[in-house]
Design a protein around this ligand. Structure first.
Ligand code: NAP
Length: 253
């Protein structure tokens, strides 16, 4: 690995993977994952760390100990806790930080979207309905939705969640993106889905189900993003790479 300025990339997204891999040619890159996925994809040439830091203060101490010059928070748009911790820790340690936040999806002609402010709001919209719902929100969704016994859910997760004795109305399928539109179209038809619940994650990797729902005139409950502080946010990997290239960094050996 090249000796150079030290960069922490908070990962778990396609964008984080792309930027970390490109940055590794010039930087000492620490690539941090929450550790939720059993077999995550790892960029080449980076040092990987897994698991939480233990809050903002512990992250600040870690940044100091590792003499980190820059932090790129490229975590998922719904990963709010780590985003706040990064902001606090970087302020404390005066470490330069950038948030890479991919653009939201916008409703297109033919889409039938209902908006929910969060997951619980989405669950409330389902009360007293009898639907077959595709949920690609992952294992966290199971507890919130399993009590809606009139509704049948197909839940997609990267790994099989534990414990594996799911309520009768929940069917788990596993899969790792990106998911093509044709693949999602087939899945919605195969499981006789008549409603999709999705977070407004943005990006191409999980957009297939939204496009397939449009093709099949299936309504979507779209869960809005949590708000973010407007400082130092870019929305493309190119902008993040540019930020990494143009700045003067001190070199550690
Ligand atoms: P979260 O609520 O913001 O994170 C919960 C805690 O997990 C954080 O406080 C932090 O623990 C730890 N953590 C999160 N991301 C980390 C990282 N990259 N490196 C080290 N520790 C991390 O986030 P979440 O919604 O549970 O998502 C967890 C991870 O999965 C994120 O990295 C995100 O990019 C990825 N992901 C999330 C989603 C989603 O839908 N939310 C989808 C795809 C990928 P400490 O406070 O102990 O440091």
């Amino acid at each position: 690995m090249a000796k150079g300025p030290r960069l922490l990339v908070l990962g778990g997204t396609t964008e984080a993977f792309d930027v970390a891999q490109r940055a590794a040619a010039k930087y000492v890159v620490y690539y941090s994952l929450a550790g939720r996925t059993k077999t995550p994809v790892i960029p080449e040439g980076v040092k990987v760390r897994r698991g939480g830091f233990g809050g903002a203060n512990a992250l600040a101490a870690w940044l100091t100990r590792k003499r980190i010059d820059r932090v790129l928070d490229a975590t998922h748009p719904f990963a709010q806790n780590i985003a706040k911790n990064v902001e606090t820790a970087c302020k404390q340690t005066q470490t330069d930080r950038l948030k890479l936040l991919r653009p939201e999806w916008k409703e297109q002609p033919g889409d039938i979207w209902h908006h929910a402010s969060d997951i619980k709001d989405a669950a409330r919209l389902l009360e007293n309905t009898k639907k077959r719902v595709f949920l690609s929100i992952g294992r966290q969704a199971i507890d919130t939705f399993s009590k809606l016994t009139n509704t049948a859910f197909v839940v997609r997760s990267i790994d099989l969640p534990k414990p594996t004795d799911f309520p009768k109305n929940i069917k788990i399928i596993t899969g790792r993106g990106p998911f093509a539109i044709e693949q999602e179209h087939k899945l919605l038809v195969q499981h006789k889905i008549d409603l999709v619940i999705s977070r407004n994650s943005g990006g191409y990797a999980t957009y297939g189900k939204i496009a397939a729902a449009r093709q099949l005139s299936i309504p979507v409950i779209m869960v809005s993003r949590p708000p973010y502080s407007p400082k130092k946010i870019v929305d493309t990997t190119e902008s993040a790479v540019e930020w990494l290239q143009i700045t003067n960094l001190r070199f550690n050996s």
